[in-house]
Design a protein around this ligand. Structure first.
Ligand code: DON
Length: 306
């Protein structure tokens, strides 16, 4: 069954009572100011049709969802082995900003979606692009077909002022020889990617390429190959929700990526990309009501990759 606007509204009404049961991220102070009762959802079919409900056009901080875009960009710039000798493909089973494994595993992060892995990917982008921030913006604006997408400078500088943990992670990797550039400029770019401000509609459009064998919305050429698209979806299914990836696979059954801004993107390969937003998070840092909304949607439309 195809989701209708009515179904999406019903789902949002069903999950709304969960608001108040999670926690808005506050380790980035600017994020703590976002009203907790925001709730939105958008579905983008591979033919471009959008179905949406709630606060689906309001921009929010995409945070770790940007890690998928950074990896996509890196895949267009590097040979696979140049990426995968520096970062793994395994779920970490630890929090997204954990350092525990990193020292034990010689500075090689488990996967590109935990902070350590995304910092390696940002380091790769820094080495090969003269202006990675502009290239990223160009990429996202094109994928979302929205030239107004921008970085939220308040969020980026708020995170820069509270960057001790990410800086520690990067310096630890540098001590193992797995970080080529100066830490602070790479960190600054990474925080900007995380501070991209986008709506559910923007995100659903942007990630359409992962539902459509690498072909972005309205494009004639793929951005990643069909094989890379499949690989990316596999990584999202196993690592996209951090130490909550198993729970998300069990409840939702779609490749997905969350961010501490409360957004989650989920993919139904061959059919649609979905984006939800609800700022309160569960203990793994994934949107509480957002996960519940995706679980209901998956059930009602009868979709799962499993
Ligand atoms: O580096 C950080 O901690 C944040 N900019 C991003 C973390 C994040 O979104 C984790 N997601 N659930």
């Amino acid at each position: 069954m195809k989701p209708t606007e009515q179904l999406l509204n019903e789902i949002l009404d069903e999950v709304r009572p969960l608001i108040g049961k999670g926690k808005v991220a506050n380790y980035i102070p600017a994020l703590a100011e976002v009203p907790a009762d925001k709730l939105g959802i958008a579905v983008c079919y591979n033919d471009g049709e959008i179905i949406q409900a709630g606060d689906s056009e309001e921009g929010f901080s995409i945070q770790s969802i940007s890690k998928v875009l950074a990896l996509t960009l890196a895949m267009t710039l590097y040979q696979p082995e140049e990426i995968w000798r520096r970062v793994g493909k395994e779920p970490s089973g630890h929090a997204f900003n954990s350092m525990i494994q990193l020292e034990l595993e010689n500075g090689i992060p488990r996967n590109p979606f935990i902070n350590a892995g995304a910092l390696v990917v940002s380091d790769l982008l820094h080495s090969r692009l003269s202006a990675p921030q502009y290239r990223m913006l160009e990429l996202v604006r094109g994928l979302a077909q929205n030239p107004h997408i921008a970085y939220d400078k308040v969020v980026a500088s708020s995170e820069m002022q509270h960057s001790d943990r990410n800086a520690s992670i990067a310096y630890l990797m540098r001590s193992f020889g797995n970080f080529d550039n100066e830490v602070m400029p790479v960190l600054s770019n990474y925080f900007s990617y995380c501070a991209l401000k986008m709506s559910c509609v923007d995100l659903a459009r942007t990630f359409s390429y992962l539902a459509n064998k690498g072909l972005p919305l309205g494009a004639k050429k793929t951005i990643v190959t069909q094989t890379q698209c499949k690989q990316m979806n596999a990584l999202l299914a196993t690592c996209g929700l951090y130490d909550g990836a198993g729970e998300f696979a069990y409840r939702v059954g779609m490749p997905g990526k969350s961010g501490v801004g409360g957004g989650i993107v989920a993919i139904v390969p061959g059919e649609m990309a979905i984006a939800v937003w609800s700022p309160e998070l569960d203990p793994s840092g994934n949107s509480l009501a957002g996960t519940a909304a995706l679980e209901l949607l998956a059930e009602r439309i009868g979709r799962s990759i499993f």
